[in-house]
Design a protein around this ligand. Structure first.
Ligand code: HH2
Length: 274
């Protein structure tokens, strides 16, 4: 687990990688509507890079609790304009946050490097697409669909249920020939605030499975639950959660505030490796 290959890029896994979030949606829970226009999205991608992002993750359908799915053509149209502009320019891997094989296939054909699937490759078509394009994949845990996911937030032991799902999906991906697999317990997805805290507290139970682990606590509602702060005011909570997961072995953090999280990662990495 020395490095992560994202098609023509190889990223080291010896330090924490920063995945910068870029949502080209009207309704994402934090940055919705800000980067829907291609020019604004490109400017934000450049800013994320300047701030220290190692990967840019572009999403064109919000997965916030209660959100409605977007039609495949609409999702692709939002993505296409931004991908076209960024793929020629950025010198870092571009990840596409989608669970639809049709969108994934078109994005990888255009040159994207990584698939970030919040449904953990539940659609068997996704495995075939990733394998065919030799793309890296993020397998994230979620139950149900974003629209109703809080109704699914029931577990015996949340950590073992999530871990069993991630291992099963990762094995399927490996059997299909996918080499570069990242797992993600899906903080906030069909999880109560208590479940998210439990996942962070026991994060080592994911980071000892042999796959690099990604965590996405950035500005999520469990932080609001703990601090009482609205989404615009959850930077400190995010930094605390990012520190906690890095000290427990996370290798990638998916964040909106790359500059601040990068500094936190430098310090936490130094402590982790001391
Ligand atoms: N969280 C969100 C979206 N995609 N992917 C992974 N692998 N892990 C996560 O925790 C994760 C994710 C939700 O955040 P955001 O993209 O900012 O919001 P929205 O879904 O409303 O666009």
């Amino acid at each position: 687990m020395q490095d992560l290959r994202c098609r023509e890029y190889t990223l080291p896994l010896t330090r924490t990688l920063l995945m910068g979030v870029l949502n080209v949606t009207p309704d994402s829970f934090f940055d919705g509507g800000r980067f829907l226009e291609a020019g604004a999205a490109v400017a934000q991608a450049r800013r994320l890079l300047e701030d220290g992002a190692d990967i840019i993750d572009i999403g064109a359908e919000s997965s916030r609790p209660g959100s409605d799915p977007v039609a495949e053509e609409e999702e692709w149209e939002r993505l296409r304009r931004v991908l076209e502009a960024l793929l020629g320019e950025l010198k870092v891997p571009i990840s596409v946050d989608t669970y639809k094989p049709g969108v994934a296939d078109r994005a990888l054909t255009m040159g994207a490097h990584m698939l970030n699937d919040i449904t953990g490759l539940r659609d068997p078509g996704m495995i075939g697409v990733a394998a065919r394009h030799k793309a890296a994949v993020v397998i994230m845990h979620m139950k149900g669909k974003p629209k109703m996911m809080y109704e699914e937030a029931h577990y015996g032991d949340v950590v073992s249920e999530v871990r069993d799902f991630l291992v099963a999906q990762a094995c399927q991906a490996e059997n299909a020939g996918i080499r570069d697999i990242v797992i993600d317990p899906g903080i906030g997805f069909a999880k109560t605030a208590q479940h998210s805290v439990e996942i962070i507290r026991r994060f080592r139970e994911f980071t000892t499975l042999g796959y690099p682990v990604l965590a996405g606590p950035s500005r999520k509602s469990f932080l609001g639950h703990l601090t009482g702060a609205p989404v615009e005011d959850r930077l400190e909570g995010t930094l605390a959660a990012v520190t906690a997961v890095i000290l427990r072995g996370a290798r990638i953090v998916r964040v909106h505030d790359v500059k601040e999280c990068k500094r936190v990662a430098l310090v936490a990495d130094a402590v982790r490796c001391a």
